[in-house]
Write a protein that binds this ligand. Sequence first.
Ligand code: PLP
Length: 426
Amino acid sequence: NLGMAERDPEMHALLQEEVKRQNDGIILIASENFTSKAVMQAVGSHLLNKYSEGYPGVRYYGGCRVIDKIETLCQQRALKAYGADPEKWNVNVQALSGAPANFAVYTGLVPPGGRLMGLDLTCGGHLSHGFQTPTRKVSATSMFWDTRSYRLNKDGFIDYDSAYELAQEFKPDMLICGYSAYPRDLDYKRFREIADSVGALLLADVAHFSGLLVSGLMNSPLEYADIMTSTTHKSLRGPRGGLIFSRKEFSDAIDDAVFPKMQGGPHNQTIGGISVALHEAMQPEFKEYSKQVLKNSKKLADSLMKRGHTLVTNGTDNHIILWNLRPHGLTGSKYESISNHTNVTLNKNTISGDKSALTPHGIRLGTPACTTRGYTEDHIEDVAEFLDRICKEALKIQKERGKKLAAFNQGVEESDEVKKISLEVS
Ligand code: PLP
């Protein structure tokens, strides 16, 4: 029974390379994190050998005695962790990830061709909430349902008034709130009022700030929403997976959508890993961790603004910072090219007014991963300094090389300052 190093040296070498990349660099991707060894043990365990189509107590395979207990434990922990009253809420833990979780909600509750309304992708919404351009339905959500998007106001905050007006005109069957790139908390009461004004269901997708929610540091949508979806691998620090909480009147339709409509056998190794992550997230240390995520995020925002940079909404309430590079005349794509060479990992992001997701003017930064690595405000001051130096170097290279990305990238490879930052970061 050989290990990977002996059985498959090629794959083993690549794995070691990726482990080194993760350990050596500064990870500022807002949706990434480092799971615990305990979570990894569950994900790489015997649980991945088992088929168990169906739900606890009603399976299409034999041998599910233990799997039933594990899935039930995961459900109980999920309800407890998010403070969902088990008298009113159920949770499905089988969705393979966040986008399939959302798709299952639509499949279960909105007829094909029905109307969905979420935050526009370029304003920080997620693809799975629907996205189409005048020529292309980019998200499958927009192929199978009729989708329209609400937007941000000129200050970068969600424009609840225009969302209300759009709802009156579009009459959605489901209103979706939640985001992938928005640095503020949400007003769920307001969303509920908008949904009620047109008789829509309200879905809250808490994927990004899930861990902060469990720690009680963000507003909870449970008082107002009909359904709440989440990923488990971002601020919650679990394995890649999805959760769907639903008020009991909707739970059968959602379970039926996940299996048999959309999926076959659940990934039991993931369900085991989510159980462990939820257990960890209910410990006092996790609450301290989440508080530090917020302190670090605020510190990073302040340190960047102190250096003269512009942030969408001028700050943050959560783990996300959206950096607007437009005042510098720089794209997020160019910034990302440089930072890739310096072992600072982050991502370009659209900000309001961008025409292209490939050459947007924003950078999204997040603090969950570096906080897991033990960063406090002092380390964050250094991170801000690196980010500022990368920005200055990008502007210098752009000035020398002009606007073309290929020429710009050649400049990045030749830059002594980029090599210097890379060494300092490692
Ligand atoms: N919902 C939101 C708000 C997200 O930010 C994401 C991922 O970034 C998803 C859903 C999709 O999750 P996954 O990538 O696990 O499918």
